[in-house]
Write a protein that binds this ligand. Structure first.
Ligand code: DOR
Ligand code: ZN
Length: 432
């Protein structure tokens, strides 16, 4: 693939680039970036020219937290469909959580995922291995072998590691491999039976609540264990004000901690559940206005390093059950960038901050050489029109998971092209 992307606003935090220019792609790699576009002439070789005037050209986005459901739950999503949904959302790299069937708790499953991703994945996939065998929280999984096989982090996501000694050991091992332990922070004794945030709305709806303390207590514990071990702790899907404060203080103290949140936690409150809308049922649950404010503040001041999707696709029939029975999760890959752009449009932070949270920081935290437009690197990039409106239509999602609380919303900003693995994907406006 030979391409000339002309006159786009190139933004690459890894090289400090934030200006108009041209990018030449040859044989699927970045050949050259020229920051005075008018001075550049492509020469004799055959190049397809893309006019990116008025558009942003960014390093491909990296989702460090998603669920691709294979092996085991291919009725919810597959690596084939999930990676294509990722590209639609501007992601060229996805890190998939281990709560599959079987659980990714050994190198055989890791290798299966990697082989499948190589054969069928449209973008890059990095597996995250389980901390404990079967994610049961009882016995450490073979972290070393999974690391050797290609896991970039460890997590029992979907469940916490309730046993503090096991969490301590996981953090100690993580130090040896230099990879993060990703904490799904939830005290299951406090959250048991809960299906939404605990508060006035849960009382009104007659639903069992999950108090914010279920998340915050475990973050406090994990911070203490990170202090004890010096291990690398990454907090998944931060949803409360108190969590942001705990992480902020831990960072100030110099603890080895990073954190992520997801677009639904800075966009929606518990009110989105409305009349028992199961598409707004997610774990941790949607919280309150006060929590949203704190999360945005945390993103602004760097307390929260990453925006991840926690893309959790489920089958329509599963979400059609009554609220108590429906599974937790939001299909997030195809709306993440547009929802995150609101924070730029509303002046909370800059495009550079956004690219850091969606590409540069995840790469840095995971230690993968991605999230950059450096010369010689494989061309993984996304072209974005930050003003073009995207009408969200769940039925048109590429993901098999149509479970979004944003169906019918009009969002400002959308992906117009994604380039990955030598292919160019063009996306029209779905408004028509
Ligand atoms: O909402 C969620 N869905 N939260 C989780 O922790 C797990 C995830 C899933 O796997 O569906
Ligand atoms: Zn998750």
């Amino acid at each position: 693939m030979n391409l000339l992307i002309k006159n786009g606003h190139i933004l690459d935090p890894s090289q400090g680039i934030d200006s108009t220019g041209d990018i030449v792609i040859e044989a699927g790699r970045i050949k050259e970036i020229v920051l005075q576009p008018s001075a550049f002439s492509p020469g004799p070789s055959e190049l397809k020219v893309i006019d990116a005037t008025g558009l942003y050209v960014l390093p491909g986005l990296i989702d460090m937290h998603c669920h691709l459901r294979e092996p085991g739950y291919s009725h919810k999503e597959t690596i084939r469909t999930g990676t294509r949904a990722g590209l639609r959302g501007g992601f060229t790299t996805l890190c998939c959580m281990p709560n599959t069937e079987p659980v990714n708790d050994n190198e055989t499953v890791t290798e299966f995922i990697l082989r499948k991703a190589y054969a069928e994945g449209a973008c890059y996939v990095y597996p995250i291995g389980a901390i404990t065998k079967g994610q049961k929280g009882e016995e450490l999984a073979e972290m070393g072998k999974m690391y050797e096989a290609g896991c970039v982090a460890f997590s029992d996501d979907g469940r916490p590691v309730m046993n503090s000694l096991i969490m301590r050991r996981a953090l100690e091992y993580s130090k040896v491999f230099g990879v993060p332990v990703i904490s799904h922070a939830e005290d299951v004794y406090l959250s048991e039976g809960g299906v939404m945030n605990e508060g006035k709305v849960s009382t009104r709806l007659g639903l069992r609540g999950i108090p914010k303390e279920a998340e915050e207590i475990m973050i406090a514990r994990d911070i203490m264990l990170a202090r004890l071990t010096g291990g690398r702790l990454h907090i998944a899907h931060v949803s409360t004000r108190g969590s942001v404060e705990l992480i902020r203080r831990a960072k100030a103290e110099g603890i080895n901690i990073t954190a992520e949140t997801c677009p639904h936690y800075f966009t929606l409150t518990e009110e989105a559940i409305g009349n028992y809308n199961t598409n707004a049922k997610v774990n941790p649950p949607l919280r309150t206005e006060r929590d949203i404010e704190a999360i945005i503040e945390g993103l602004k001041d760097g307390t929260i390093d990453v925006i991840a999707t926690d893309h959790a696709p489920h089958h329509r029939d599963e979400k059609l059950q009554e609220f108590d029975r429906a599974p937790f999760g939001i299909s997030g890959l195809e709306t993440c960038l547009s929802l995150s752009l609101r924070l730029v449009h509303e002046g909370y932070f800059t495009m550079k901050d956004l690219v850091s949270k969606l590409s540069f920081n995840p790469a840095r935290i995971l230690g993968i050489s991605k999230g950059t437009l450096k010369q010689g690197m494989p061309a993984e990039l996304v072209i974005v029109d930050i003003n073009k409106e995207l009408k969200v239509k769940a039925e048109e999602f590429i993901s098999l998971g149509k479970n979004t609380p944003f169906d019918g919303w009009t969002l400002k900003g959308m992906v117009v092209m994604t380039i990955c693995k030598g292919e160019l994907y063009e996306y029209g406006n779905r408004e028509k």
